[in-house]
Structures are given as structure tokens and as C-alpha cells.
Write a protein that binds this ligand. Structure first.
Ligand code: NAP
Length: 323
């Protein structure tokens, strides 16, 4: 549990619309809420720009005919939100109280903000496998972000775990830097899109290890220096184990919604996705809306998140007109 915010005699800042999160959903909600004169305040969180900022090549976000990079797209959307008047503030929302209106939120455990409407756009974060030695080598050869850490493995051998779009994109990215890239996937067919599958299967320095699951990460430690030397994998049907000699392990096994902050207040499904009324972004609390990956177990695309941010911005404005 996070510590409770200290008592303060200062008046809380009040806004008509508070947006929590700065991915495509949060920024687009900012654009719509600003144009509806809600003067929204957007708290940007830890990873400014969200998950797209760690995606190297994006070909499926409309408006970029030749594709672009995640950071460039997010910078563009952020600038557009600023241009129409969205106030941006660094910080993390550490506590919320949605029990009465106006809603109460605390930033960085201290600054209290009251809001007539709240748009939750906190996104999702990469999942970890939970292997025995994973924590030990995290940051020393084990990563969930190929575009952040791939550069450390130039001309080395790496492995990507997973069979979705992220795994395929990561493997393609790493194949340009590394001598060899394995993909370890637990089934005999990929989940990722056909175009990426084709590219992966036609890249000579990518080898797919089908039907295998990771068992443990192997490595060495001398003093404070740790390094990965291999990934132990098991064939799903035969149970046969072997070691892939690799210097880097990249996990790409999906995401978890970042919704812990709202537990007990907003309705969620078993995986922690915030439940919204289809097509509206409305949560179980009138005046609180959710947009983007934190409420989307199905599509998890940047453009879908942006669209749901637009919906939440419009809904917040309608809510204030009606109340
Ligand atoms: P994902 O689609 O959920 O794929 C996760 C992969 O990891 C699956 O292949 C899954 O295997 C495997 N996996 C899950 N748990 C595992 C475990 N415990 N051990 C071994 N393997 C495990 O996740 P994602 O690739 O991060 O994609 C998330 C969303 O973002 C998707 O909707 C995707 O389309 C989207 N995305 C889009 C793009 C793009 O369009 N450019 C890029 C990246 C992501 P199974 O297949 O057997 O379930």
C-alpha cells in the first residue's frame, strides 16, 4: 500500500476534467476535452507517451503514409494536445477517491486535485514470465524492451520469447543488430499478424524454436557483474530440455493493465481490465471514464486507444452538460 497523502490545509486545485495517463488515449482525450472547453489537466505518469514510445517502427497508425516511429507519433499527438490547450503535468497519481463528486486525486502522494470528471488512460505494461533467475538477471541481459536494450547486444545472440506482434517485431528489430536471434514460442503457429510472420520467417538470422517453453535463465556472476549465458527451454510434448546459448533474453509475452490504483472503486474483470459500457468509456462511476489499453483486452492498438480517448473526451463533456 502506498502511504496516505499527508494532511494539508492548502486548498486542493480544482479542474473540470483530470486525465490520468499520457499514451494515445490520454493525449487524444486531452484534444477532445480541450476543444470542448473543459480545460483538462493531464498527469503524464512514469512513461511519458506510453507503450508506443518503445516501438521502433509503426506502419498502422493513420496519417503516416510511410510509417513512423512510436516516439515521433507520440510527440506529434502530445504537441497537438498542447496546441489546443491541454495542460500537461509530470507526476504519478498515487491515490484516488471516487466515492463522491468532485472526485479526489493525489499526485506524487502530496498534491490534491479535485475534478468534476476523470478520464483513466493508464494503459498496460509488459508482463514477466516469473522464471527462477529472471529477477537476478533483469537489467543484465533480461529485458522486456528490445528497442531500449537491443543495442547492448550488437553482433551477439539473443532470444525473444512469445509469438505475438511484439515478439515478431522485437525479433525483426534485433535481427538487424545481432548475429543471431532465436524466437521461443510455446505453440507451432504464431499469434502475430501475417505480414510480420512472413518477414520473420524470411529473415535468415532468425531461428524459430517452436513448441518450447522457457524453464530458466542461465548466467554468471562475478562480484557485481552479471551476464546471461543461456536460456533453458523445454519441448512442450516430449518434455526434453536443452539450452540455447544466448547473451540476451527479451520477453514479449503480452501486457497487464495498469489498474491497481482503482481497485475497489472501479469495476474490473478477472484480468484487471476496467469494465466500460461498450462504445462509451463509461465506468461504473458516473463521471469517471476509462480509455485505451487499461480497458481494452481485445485490440490494444494505438489507433484504437486514440479513438477511445476521443470517446472519453466527448463523454466527459456531455456528462458535464447534463449534470
Ligand atoms: P499478445 O498478442 O498477447 O502475445 C503474447 C504472446 O506471448 C503469445 O504468443 C503467447 O502465446 C505468448 N505467451 C503468453 N504467456 C506466455 C507464457 N507464460 N509463456 C510463454 N509464452 C507466453 O501480446 P503482444 O505481442 O504484446 O501484443 C499485445 C497487443 O498489442 C496485441 O493486440 C498486438 O496485436 C498489439 N501489437 C500490435 C503491434 C502492431 O500492430 N505493430 C505491435 C505490437 C503489439 P500464445 O500465442 O500461445 O497465447
Amino acid at each position: 500500500m502506498l502511504p496516505l497523502p499527508p494532511n494539508s490545509i492548502a486548498m486542493a486545485e480544482h479542474v473540470k476534467c483530470l486525465i490520468i495517463g499520457s499514451g494515445p488515449a490520454g493525449y487524444t482525450a486531452g484534444i477532445y476535452a480541450s476543444r470542448a472547453d473543459l480545460n483538462p489537466l493531464l498527469i503524464e505518469g512514469l512513461q511519458v507517451g506510453g507503450q508506443l514510445t518503445i516501438t521502433n517502427e509503426v506502419e498502422n497508425f493513420p496519417g503516416y503514409p510511410e510509417g513512423s516511429s512510436g516516439p515521433v507519433i507520440m510527440e506529434d499527438i502530445r504537441n497537438q494536445a498542447l496546441h489546443v490547450g491541454t495542460q500537461m503535468r509530470p507526476g504519478i497519481v498515487t491515490k484516488v477517491d471516487f466515492s463522491s463528486r468532485p472526485f479526489h486525486c493525489w499526485v506524487d502522494d502530496k498534491d490534491e486535485i479535485t475534478a468534476d470528471t476523470v478520464i483513466v488512460a493508464t494503459g498496460a505494461q509488459a508482463r514477466w514470465l516469473g522464471l527462477p533467475s529472471e529477477q537476478k538477471f533483469r537489467g543484465f541481459g533480461v529485458s522486456t524492451c528490445a528497442t531500449c536494450d537491443g543495442n547492448f547486444f550488437r553482433k551477439r545472440t539473443t532470444v525473444v520469447i512469445g509469438g505475438g506482434d511484439t515478439a515478431l517485431e522485437d525479433a525483426l528489430y534485433l535481427s538487424q543488430l545481432c548475429a543471431k536471434v532465436y524466437i521461443v514460442h510455446r505453440r507451432r503457429e504464431f499469434r502475430g499478424t501475417a505480414a510480420l510472420q512472413k518477414l520473420v520467417l524470411n529473415t535468415p538470422n532468425i531461428e524459430v524454436v517452436w513448441n518450447h517453453v522457457p524453464v530458466d535463465i542461465l548466467g554468471q556472476q562475478e562480484g557485481f557483474i552479471k551476464k546471461v549465458t543461456g536460456l533453458q527451454v523445454r519441448e512442450v510434448e516430449t518434455g526434453e530440455e536443452r539450452v540455447l546459448e544466448v547473451n540476451g533474453v527479451f520477453e514479449a509475452i503480452g501486457v497487464t493493465p495498469q489498474s491497481d490504483l482503482f481497485k475497489g472503486q472501479l469495476e474490473m474483470d478477472a484480468q484487471g481490465y476496467i469494465v466500460t459500457q461498450p462504445g462509451t468509456g463509461r465506468t461504473n462511476i458516473p463521471g469517471v471514464f476509462a480509455a485505451g489499453d487499461v480497458q481494452d483486452p481485445h485490440y490494444r492498438q494505438g489507433i484504437v486507444a486514440a479513438g477511445s480517448g476521443a470517446i472519453a473526451g466527448i463523454e466527459a463533456s456531455r456528462f458535464l452538460m447534463e449534470n
